[in-house]
Ligand binder design. Sequence first.
Ligand code: G6P
Length: 612
Amino acid sequence: MCGIVGYVGKEQAAPILLEGLEKLEYRGYDSAGIAVLSEEKELQVKKSKGRLKVLSALTDGGRAVEGTLGVGHTRWATHGEPSDVNSHPHLSSGRRIAVVHNGIIENYVEIKEFLLAQGVCFQSETDTEVVAQLLEYYYDRSGDVMDSVYRVLHRIEGAYALGIMCRDLPDAFIAARKDAPLLLGYGQGCCFIASDVTAIIKHTRDVAYMEDGEVALVRADGIQVFDALAQPVEKEHHHVDWDVSAAEKGGYAHFMFKEIMEQPEAVRKTISPRLKGGRLCFDELKLTPEEIRALNRICIVACGSSYHVGMVGKYNLERLLRRPVDVMLASEFRYADPLVDESSLVIVISQSGETLDTMAALRQAKALGARTLAIVNVVGSSIAREADGVLYTWAGPEIAVATTKAYSTQLVLLDMLGLYFAQVLGSVTEEESARIVSELQTLPAKMETVLADTEQIKYLASQYFNHSSIFFIGRNLDYALGLEGSLKLKEISYIHSEAYAAGELKHGTISLIEDGTLVVALCSYAPLFDKSVSNIVEVKARGADIVALTGESLGEELSKTAENVLTVPDTHVILQPSLGVLPLQIFAYYVALQRGCDIDKPRNLAKSVTVE
Ligand code: G6P
């Protein structure tokens, strides 16, 4: 997730920007840059791939770039790999406009084509550069910066927090926001913008939060804010009393909880560019409909939670495609002499894009002639570069070792891919397809509903946090979901936990159930609800305590059998795990919290496993 900071005042801007960017480092980034307006009214841009210390060395800690007005940026690559040229700020060809951006301009290809036809030359592969170039295009014609900014905002689609400088606007910079965070800071004789308060808290605690559609003109002596129709807006000021470390986590105690709460937004970002006018668009997929039709084997390969996404994917893709889909752990696949060839598609899933076993499996699949497709979060990562095609999840950087938002975005992306394949193969009816699309559109809002009230889960965690062993049971998609719920719990709370296909219990695990054993019974897969309830009865008869989870419409029915029932909104059956996983993540979080565990950095685990 990119970070933005802007400053205008009496001090030298560059050192303040660098310091602000340092505070945004926790958000994750792969390159950084600043733009500062010189006394001669030149836009000086310094940027580089890599850590901030590279930028700092390049600018002598900011001292080599003189000027009292500037914007800075840490980039988390989305369009175009991490590189010096793709770093922000981006300059327009005439060097009159500099832009930093957090978000994704979804229609950048169309705007770029328009500008190319007008003779504009582009330097980078980014979506952001179109903002700088389009702004200069309008500015050339109108000579009015604010007017040009509004024209650009009307033309671009997607999400953005923007910091804009214009050479001809020597005492101000402009900020704009839609679906990406940006706040305004009011200091003594200086003003700021920032992606979050961490970047400026040293200088001011007096802030206002920009709303979607707003545009701000930021000067040293104050900030004018306008709405989408260019009408002035009075902003409510807030006093921030967080300490700096809490501020980095957006006020949350842990990155994991922050990332849990970010899931609706992350999923929205995954869905939105691929769902246009109710139609699925996979422009980035390097597979033609003919090639999809010619596939005779689909194999999903991954590790950890990404593998659990594959488990859900197997059920969902088989249901949608009516074709066999295999899922394999990457560490098994690579040594299994796998049966894949030119007519196979191997889908590898990886948040980091660097997991060694997944990488090895990908290389092996390629060596055997299979088509490969990667679902990856980190742009420009090794797996993303080596796969034949890549679908990015755009979850933003995930800091907590235990994945949450990466899992959710992978899940929804794989579901969407499955639906797209099914449409190509004609294996799904139009009605069914329309139902899934419509549920996809409401999914982020339903996720918000689940996350809005965590009290019941917190209470249950307080009841069961000192158990030494917890079982998760479920059938079909609930079994796949249970694997993730159980993994989350054991990863961060160190409680022994196992997930079982509920029907398999009687073949062994039921011998472990005794008085007071906690069984988390997942009953959100409606077609097998009654069967799951029978399994609850079985374990209850052996003394188990039950925490059960289901969709709202079945909640009442379930409470006849289970003492503790958690519900999530109903949705299309294939999307139910996207909602069901949320209470399980929160349960794991609160259990670990009660046990005093190091939630963001659990013992013995690593975020990115680059060893075998
Ligand atoms: C580690 C992480 C997990 C992750 C797994 C696979 O074990 O702690 O959260 O699911 O690696 O990582 P990947 O980056 O390939 O998704």
